[in-house]
Every structure is written in structure tokens, then in C-alpha cells.
Design a protein around this ligand. Structure first.
Ligand SMILES: [Zn+2]
Length: 1011
């Protein structure tokens, strides 16, 4: 029994199993305590953020950096997770991903570090994951096979043609495809010449092939030592238990491998230790005089030139965040407004580049016409000087304070648990050799800033001077889109292959490749796989937590009962409101405009005031207010239909909604409700100049995200004629919507406003519903205000839907006929170095036992056959299969795919190939466990409320337990039956769509992408 108290300050300097306790700190901003320790022999550092949270997180972090673009850190990140001493499997990571109860499991390469995090709600799985990760990072095999699989190799096809392949190689090729990705790299290269940020940490495909196996092994040796590692921990598992685990399983092995025979001289140093050679590498070189640069980037995603001015601003601090919010936090902020109204560009391009120890500010514009560059620089200079002279308005200051206060209090799960964001902040300090808590006190720092702000009327002026006027060195950069950029890269690649081909001994290469392919084809036996333990179905907690929603009513403006949905969640003094009106009583020809309408709804002004006054007013009162659109349908299964009957009288089920949402501090409840009612009832549709700007921006942002959305666009084309719900989704979010956007012209702004006004007013007339999410304390203040709000907002009884069918929507879907028939193929053409393959077919109905068995089978496919065939050997970054059982639709896809045409067919044929598959009992159990993990991932309070509300509106709430029961009841034979069933269904019908470069021979029916 250990009694070491890690939180007792008297223990600082004392040891626990050779870990010296170096510091104990409060982290009040995140309601944590923290401890920092160092193992005195190996140098391994441990930072534990102790918090009463069952979702524990660990992360192994290593400082890694390079002054070349060979992508070594990235290739190592992939390769360590392929085969290690204790886990001699092809890919321990995928094996683990396919059988553990995790809420996060990944690895990330940053320019200055590589991080391996995992999170779980289950203690046993947490330690299993930590065990596998620790072994992989410190004791990987890093074989030559792994190197050529993950990094790069020459590959020979059946005809003897050579190509370069490799998982990272292909992944990065996709990254080097769009304008803004390359333009951003150019900015970093300009600002930190010859130092590590100037190079691509992910790897430049033109440079990756120069990496040798020897470099690769040496990189691991240099950076992956315990004295360059921080083990970051977060959550409620005691520090002692975690150190015991590391001590028992790893310390002895690490001491042996790294020859740690005595105490380190710096063992008691209280700050993180950075090895001199790493410190040298992490030094940033800055420009010593102003420069002007001109560069090019691919035209994919661009609507004009990028023109920016950048200035160094020193170490990170809250001042810069605040100043940024004041001058460009929202559309009405002075700098954003001046840029948008200048008519020089499609969008502002401003912000603080804060990922490095020395930061810099970028002020600029995107989508600038050729010849207007000088005007851009002049305008920015003039505006900054004007702001310095005239100062900023009190509203701009108040709205920035409100925005930051709100953001710092709101918990989110942008990508994984909130603790991932704390991890990133802690590791920034650690990488630089600062305390891990140095970046973990934004609230405390902001409170101090506010004191200064209120005491000094020139505070903002001083900040403008300090960050924008005083810095002497300025970098001006113009990046121009080039039509031939990608073509030139393809030519260079072809030339490189030819060069490499000259020196290659084809016999020897063939031998290498045969060996690799044989290794990849090896099917691991149960005995081999037994090295990673997994949870058993009978050990799992059988009840699932379902967010609850209360349905009440409130008196409406017409005296009728209006549905009021209330979610009780731990929102920490914040609240969220949705007010929705159905747009499905309009004729379907109007529906295509709803997405843009919902976008501009809170951005064009109300009560006869200008749009910027309105935005500024709302930003002073609320955390945010935005337009909403929600569309779906009630699934055609008995359980949902029955539930729908229960609420039939209210008319709220299965509707298509347009509305307004807001979030605010409960302290501002009264003002927020008043404002929300005014926005809803007094919205103006008059400012056509403002709409012209928004049209420009919409087009530019749709264009910039085209390739990133490729998979989603292709999948929506597959189901364009599938059902009423999917056809509408294609109109609202798919390629059809891109066509709608491409038809929006600035000169038609007036006409469009009329259309918007008509849709908006008609929707309001059709009645409404209200939803509110807040903690119990807040609800006590909020609920008494709702009745008055409902009246003020003019919300009336809901009128019934017109119940449109698929046939009613098809006339509005672009080339709908391409998706009609049993076997269809379509090709979406654009310019891109990467592609996507997608296919859909049928699956079993929602909430049935068959559907559960198919989910388990899909999960197994994702971590086995799909991973092996599409990623490991096919060169795709990823591939997946999942079912949307509510629509009875099975969806299959690959992403960042070098050969989408081939893979679209393979997605379907693979299922026939596997029709006779029988999974071992072990495999079925592991897949169930993995699906269970997905089903219990926690949500933020806001998302819990939102999910409960949205599922309620489509009679799909309260089924989590039934789904879990079905999942846990899946038997081995059910999965075999599922394999047969899916093979049968996919052979009978499928829709396939590929997204690829124009140069590829087209596949099926051709559809050009607009914009
Ligand atoms: Zn990667």
C-alpha cells in the first residue's frame, strides 16, 4: 500500500520509485491540480493534470523537428505503430483500434513534436492502450518492410510500369493539392527562413523519396529517447497507479536500452529538460529586414491572389488574442469591415500564427484580382493607422470581451475529448522548456487583462502600436494561383520515377516487393493476436446513458400551446436556445435557397439598423447568434412510427426547419431573449450591398473546401435519387447546392433578397418550436422568461407539413437520372492530385438484430480487409464502410485515393469476395467491444442537448439502449449471415461515384463540378 501524497507540497523534491516530484500547481482555469515529475535515471518526464473526470487521457510526446521536407517525423509516426518488441503484429495500432473501448486513439505529427494520445472511460482498456503505445514508441521494430510500406517505394505493376507508392507519400500528395495549403506553407517559409517551420513536417512528395532507410532509423534514435519524452496524463486514475504501471513494465527495459546507469545531473531541475541538440534544432530564425515575395500555388480552391503582410509579435500571450477579437473578431469589427467593404477581395485573410514560440501576425486578403496588390497593402496600412489615431468603439471592445469570456467557459469536443486541447496547451510549454502549466491559465490572464483595460483608456491604442506599428520587419507576400502547378508537379514526379527507375535493379526490386506483399498478406493467427488483451462482452456495462429531454408547452403569440423542449445539462452558467420554423409548406422550388438564407439570416441587419450595428449589438450581449437549418425524416420502421403517432397532434415530427439559435451567459438572459425576439420579428431584407459581399464570400469558401468535401459530395451523389430525405440532402448540401451557389450573382442580389424574405416570412407563418439547454440553476432564471419571449417573437401554432415525396424533389436535383437504376456510375471531375471512391447499396432496417450484426461486420471490415486492401496495399489514406440503417443505406468509401476508378468497383466486389467469411468468436467479440466504445463516447453538454432535441424531432430518441442491447446480443453466426446478406444486396444493386482529376479517363456518367 503506497501512501505517497503527490499533492502535498512538503513532498516536492522527494522520490516515488525514482520519479522525483518537481512541482505541484493549481490549474484553476480548468479546475485541475497538476504535478510534474522526472524519472531520475531515464529522464522520462511525467505531467499529470488531476481532475475528477473518468475519461482518462495519456499522451507520449517527443520533441521532433527537421530542417528538410523528407517527412521523417511523419513516417516515423506511422511506422512506430507497425510492429514492436512486445507486440510483434503487422499493425498493433489497428489491432488496438479494432478491439478497445476508447474515446480517442491517434497519433499526430506537429512541426515541433510528435504525439501519441489515447483516451478511455474504462481503466483496463486505458492501461492496455498505454502499454501498446509505450512499447511502440520506445521499442518499435522499424523494419525495412515497414519503411517502404509507410514511407516510399517504387512499385511495379503487372505491365512492368513503375510508380512511387507509400502511405505517407500518398497522404501528402493529397495535401499538396489545394491553394491555401501551399500558400500557408509559403507564409511559414517566408517568416522562418531555414528554420524548422520553413519545411514540411508531414513531408513534401517531391522530397520524400530522398529519405533513406538509414536516416529513418537514425531519426528515431535521436528523438525517441526517454529524456526527450513527456508522458502527459489527464483524469482521475491516481498518479501512483500510473507510475507503478510505467515503473513495472517499462523503466527497467528503458534503462537497459538507453544504458541509464546513474542519476542524471539535471534530475532535480524543476523545468522540463531540453537536450542541447534539440534546443538548437528548435531555434527560430527570423527575417532581419523587410522583404517582398511572390509565389505560386495550385489554382484548386482559389478565387484570386492571396496578398498578405506579416509582422513578428513575440511570445504567445492573451493580449494578441484580445486584440485580434477587437479588430477582426466578427464581420462588424473595424478591420474586417474595412477589408470587406474595400471591394478588393473575396475574403479577409488575417490572424495570429500562434503555433510557434515566436509568433507573427498576418493581415491580408484572399481572392484579390491581379494588379490590385498594392492597393491591398495600402489599405491595410491606412486602416491600422486610422485605428491607432481614432481608436476603436466601446462596442468593439465589449463584444471582444464577451466573446472571449464565453469561449473560455465553454467546453467543446472539436476533435476528441476536451482534454486533447489541454494536452496541446501543456505540450507547447513543455516543448519550449517552459512549465507545462505556462499556457494553461488563459482565464486568469484574461481577468488581469480586463483590469488593465478598464484602468487605461489608451490600452487598445498601445496594443495596436506594440503589435502593428512598432515591429520594423515586414514580410509582404503575394501568392498567385497557377493552372499549371499540379501539372508541373505530375511531370516532376514522372521524371523522378524515370530517374529512380534507371538505377533500379528490377529483379531485386521485384524480390523486395514480393517479400513486402507476402508480409502484408499474412493473416495473423489468434495466437499471434493474443499479445494484446481485450475486454469481453460480459464485462461491459450494459446500461447506456441517454440524454433526457422534457417536452413542455408555452403560450404562443396566438394563445395556442407552443412545444417547448428543455434539456437539463451541466452547462456551467451558459445557455443555448433554438427557435425553429418549418419551411416545408413552401413549394420545393424554394428549398435550394434555404442553406444560404440560413447563413445570412443574422448577418444582414434588423429593425432598420445597418448590418454592422446589429452584429456589434448582438456580440455585446450573446456568445453568438446564428441561422439554423435542419432537415430529415421519420424512419420507416415500427418503433419510430409508433413514437411519431404519440406526438402526431403537435405537428413537429419529420419537419424541415429554418431558424435562429443563440448561446449566451445566463447572467445576460433577459437581454438575450429580448434581442432574439427582435431579430426574429424585425429581420430586414434590404441591404443588397451586404448580400453581394456575402455571395462573394460564399463562393470563395465553397471553392476553397471543394476537395476537402470530395467524399461527402460523392456519397451524396450516390444517394441523389434514393429517398425523399437523401434527395433533399443533395439539394441542400451536395453538388446540386454547388450549382445553386454558382448561380448566385452579385447583380441579382436584390431579387435574391426578395426570395429570401418570402421564404423567411412564410416559414414564420407556419408556426414554431423552442428548445433550450442549460443547467438547473440557469433554468430557474430562464424558464420564467420564456412565455414573454414566445409572445414577443410572434411564435404561433405549428401548421402541418405538406408531406413531399421523393418525386417532388427529383426535378430539383442536378442530373438526378444519373442515380436512377440498379447499377449506376458517375464521375465528378475537378483538378486534384487525389481522389475519392464511393459506393452505396442496401442494408437491413434500423433497430433490427440484423442491422446490429451488420454494424459489427462493418467494424471488423474497417480494421481488417478494408484497411489492408485499400490502405496498406491500395495506397489510400483510408477506407470505410458503415450503414445508415434508418435510410436502409450501406455506404462505402475511400479517401485520398490514388486510383478511385479501380477502387470504386473493388469496394463492392470485395463484399462478394467475402460472402462466405466466418469470423472467429474472438474477432466477433473484439468488434462488438469496439462498436460499444463508439456508442459510449461522451458528448459536451451543448451537444447532449442538441442530440436529444434533434432525435426527438425525427421520432428517433430513446433508442440508444435498444441499439446497445441488440449490439451486445450479436452472435458469431449472425455476423456470418450479415456477410452473406450484404454480399447479396450489393450484387443486386449499387450506385458508385468517383471524385477525381479531369485528366483521368472518366468513369460512368460525367458530371463537371461548378465554381
Ligand atoms: Zn499521416
Amino acid at each position: 500500500m503506497n501512501t505517497f501524497d503527490f499533492l502535498n507540497k512538503e513532498n516536492i523534491g522527494k522520490e516515488y520509485k525514482n520519479f522525483i516530484l518537481l512541482s505541484i500547481e493549481d490549474v484553476p482555469d480548468y479546475k485541475c491540480k497538476s504535478v510534474f515529475l522526472r524519472h531520475k535515471r531515464t529522464g522520462l518526464e511525467v505531467f499529470h493534470l488531476i481532475k475528477n473526470d473518468h475519461e482518462n487521457l495519456f499522451a507520449f510526446a517527443f520533441r521532433t523537428a527537421a530542417k528538410n521536407s523528407k517527412g521523417t517525423a511523419h513516417i516515423i509516426e506511422h511506422s512506430t505503430l507497425c510492429n514492436s518488441e512486445k507486440f510483434p503484429l503487422k499493425e498493433p495500432f489497428t489491432t488496438l483500434a479494432g478491439q478497445s473501448i476508447n474515446t480517442f486513439l491517434n497519433a499526430m505529427t506537429y512541426p515541433d513534436k510528435t504525439v501519441y494520445p489515447g483516451a478511455s472511460l474504462v481503466r483496463k482498456d486505458y492501461f492496455t492502450m498505454m502499454d501498446v503505445y509505450a512499447d511502440c514508441v520506445f521499442f518499435p521494430k522499424l523494419t525495412h518492410d515497414t519503411f517502404i510500406q509507410e514511407g516510399h517505394r517504387l512499385e511495379l505493376d503487372a505491365e512492368g510500369n513503375l510508380s512511387i507508392q507509400g502511405v505517407v507519400y500518398n497522404e501528402m500528395k493529397a495535401n499538396f493539392t489545394t491553394f491555401y495549403q501551399i500558400a500557408n506553407d509559403e507564409i511559414l517559409e517566408a517568416m522562418y527562413p531555414d528554420s524548422y517551420p520553413a519545411f514540411s513536417s508531414g513531408g513534401d512528395p517531391a522530397v520524400i523519396p530522398s529519405l533513406t532507410y538509414e536516416d529513418f532509423v537514425a531519426f528515431h534514435k535521436t528523438f525517441y529517447s526517454p529524456d526527450n519524452c513527456c508522458l502527459l496524463l489527464y483524469g482521475d486514475i491516481p498518479t501512483a497507479d500510473q507510475l507503478d504501471f510505467i515503473d513495472e513494465k517499462y523503466i527497467g527495459r528503458l534503462e537497459k536500452k538507453f544504458n541509464c546507469t546513474s542519476d542524471l545531473p539535471y534530475a532535480a531541475q524543476t523545468l522540463p529538460y531540453v537536450k542541447p541538440e534539440v534546443k538548437e534544432l528548435l531555434k527560430l530564425k527570423k527575417l532581419d529586414k523587410s522583404i517582398c515575395l511572390e509565389k505560386t500555388a495550385p489554382d484548386q480552391g482559389a478565387t484570386g491572389n492571396l496578398v498578405i503582410s506579416a509582422k513578428y509579435t513575440g511570445q504567445p500571450n492573451i493580449e494578441k488574442y484580445f486584440l485580434g477579437e477587437v479588430i477582426s473578431g466578427n464581420d462588424s469589427s473595424p478591420l474586417s469591415k474595412a477589408i470587406k467593404e474595400s471591394g478588393l477581395c473575396d475574403m479577409p485573410y488575417t490572424g495570429n500564427y500562434g503555433q510557434f514560440k515566436e509568433e507573427f501576425w498576418v493581415l491580408g486578403m484572399a481572392g484579390v484580382k491581379e494588379g490590385k496588390e498594392k492597393k491591398v497593402f495600402a489599405l491595410i496600412q491606412k486602416e491600422i493607422e486610422r485605428l491607432y489615431k481614432e481608436g476603436v468603439s466601446q462596442e468593439d471592445i465589449d463584444s471582444a470581451v464577451m466573446g472571449i469570456d464565453f469561449n473560455l467557459r465553454e467546453e467543446n469536443r472539436w476533435w476528441g475529448p476536451y482534454s486533447i486541447q489541454l494536452m496541446e496547451k501543456a505540450l507547447k510549454g513543455w516543448v519550449w522548456g517552459d512549465s507545462c502549466t505556462s499556457q494553461l491559465c488563459p482565464i486568469t490572464k484574461f481577468e488581469a487583462l480586463k483590469k488593465e483595460l478598464y484602468a487605461d483608456k489608451d490600452y487598445i491604442k498601445k496594443l495596436i502600436k506594440k503589435y502593428f506599428l512598432d515591429p520594423e520587419v515586414e514580410c509582404r507576400l503575394i501568392v498567385r494561383p497557377s493552372k499549371s502547378y499540379l501539372e508541373e508537379r505530375s511531370k516532376a514526379e514522372a521524371k523522378l520515377i524515370e530517374e529512380l527507375g534507371k538505377n533500379v535493379d528490377k529483379e531485386l526490386l521485384k524480390k523486395d516487393l514480393d517479400r513486402l506483399h507476402e508480409y502484408q498478406a499474412h493473416v495473423e493467427t489468434p495466437e499471434e493476436l493474443a499479445c494484446i488483451p481485450h475486454s469481453k462482452v460480459e464485462e461491459l456495462e450494459k446500461t447506456v446513458d441517454e440524454p433526457k429531454l422534457e417536452l413542455k408547452t408555452v403560450k404562443g403569440a396566438d394563445g395556442s400551446d407552443i412545444p417547448l423542449f428543455v434539456s437539463h445539462e451541466e452547462t456551467n452558467g451558459l445557455f443555448y436556445v433554438d427557435v425553429l420554423f418549418p419551411f416545408d409548406r413552401l413549394s420545393p422550388e424554394h428549398f435550394k435557397h434555404v442553406p444560404f438564407l440560413s447563413n445570412v439570416i443574422t448577418n444582414i441587419g434588423w429593425e432598420g439598423k445597418s448590418w454592422d450595428e446589429c452584429i456589434s449589438e448582438s456580440a455585446c450581449i450573446m456568445g453568438d447568434v446564428w441561422g439554423r437549418m435542419l432537415a430529415g425524416s421519420v424512419y420507416d420502421v415500427p418503433e419510430c412510427k409508433e413514437l411519431a403517432k404519440k406526438y402526431e397532434q403537435y405537428n413537429f415530427l419529420g419537419r424541415k426547419w429554418l431558424g435562429v439559435s443563440c448561446k449566451a451567459l445566463t447572467d445576460k438572459a433577459k437581454e438575450s431573449f429580448d434581442l432574439l425576439a427582435r431579430i426574429i420579428t424585425k429581420m430586414d431584407f434590404k441591404d443588397s450591398k451586404r448580400l453581394q459581399t456575402l455571395i462573394q464570400e460564399l463562393r470563395a469558401s465553397k471553392k476553397a473546401s471543394l476537395v476537402d468535401n470530395g467524399r461527402d459530395l460523392a456519397l451524396k451523389r450516390c444517394t441523389a435519387a434514393w429517398s425523399e430525405g437523401y434527395a433533399l440532402a443533395e439539394i441542400l448540401w451536395g453538388v446540386t447546392q454547388l450549382y445553386t451557389v454558382s448561380e448566385y450573382k452579385e447583380k441579382n442580389a436584390k431579387k435574391l433578397l426578395k426570395e429570401f424574405e418570402y421564404i423567411y416570412r412564410e416559414s414564420l407563418k407556419a408556426g414554431g418550436v423552442i428548445h433550450i439547454t442549460a443547467d438547473d440553476e440557469s433554468l430557474k432564471k430562464l424558464l420564467p422568461l420564456i412565455e414573454e419571449f414566445t409572445k414577443n417573437a410572434g411564435i404561433t401554432k405549428l401548421l402541418p407539413s405538406l408531406n413531399y415525396k421523393l418525386e417532388d424533389f427529383l426535378p430539383y436535383v442536378v442530373s438526378a437520372q444519373n442515380a436512377i437504376g440498379d447499377q449506376t456510375k458517375e464521375c465528378l471531375m475537378t483538378s486534384s492530385q487525389t481522389g475519392f471512391a464511393t459506393a452505396v447499396s442496401k442494408c437491413s432496417p434500423y433497430l433490427t438484430k440484423d442491422a446490429a450484426a451488420e454494424i459489427v461486420y462493418n467494424s471488423w471490415l474497417n480494421t481488417h480487409t478494408f484497411w489492408e486492401r485499400f490502405r496498406t496495399t491500395g495506397g489510400c489514406y483510408g477506407a470505410g464502410i458503415y450503414s445508415d440503417a434508418g435510410e436502409r443505406c450501406l455506404k462505402l468509401s475511400t479517401w485520398r485515393d490514388p486510383d478511385p476508378q479501380k477502387h470504386a468497383d473493388l469496394l463492392i466486389s470485395i463484399l462478394s469476395e467475402l460472402s462466405q467469411t466466418t469470423l472467429s468468436h474472438e474477432d466477433v467479440e473484439k468488434s462488438i467491444v469496439s462498436c460499444y466504445g463508439d456508442a459510449i463516447v461522451p458528448l459536451t453538454p451543448c451537444d447532449r442537448g442538441r442530440q436529444a432535441f434533434e432525435t426527438f424531432l425525427y421520432a428517433n430518441n430513446g433508442f440508444k439502449q435498444l441499439k446497445l442491447d441488440n449490439l451486445l446480443a450479436v452472435k458469431d453466426e449472425d455476423v456470418s449471415a450479415a456477410a452473406k446478406r450484404l454480399a447479396q444486396m450489393t450484387s443486386e444493386m449499387s450506385h458508385k461515384v468517383v471524385f477525381c482529376d479531369k485528366s483521368k479517363n472518366s468513369y460512368g456518367k460525367k458530371l463537371d463540378l461548378p465554381l
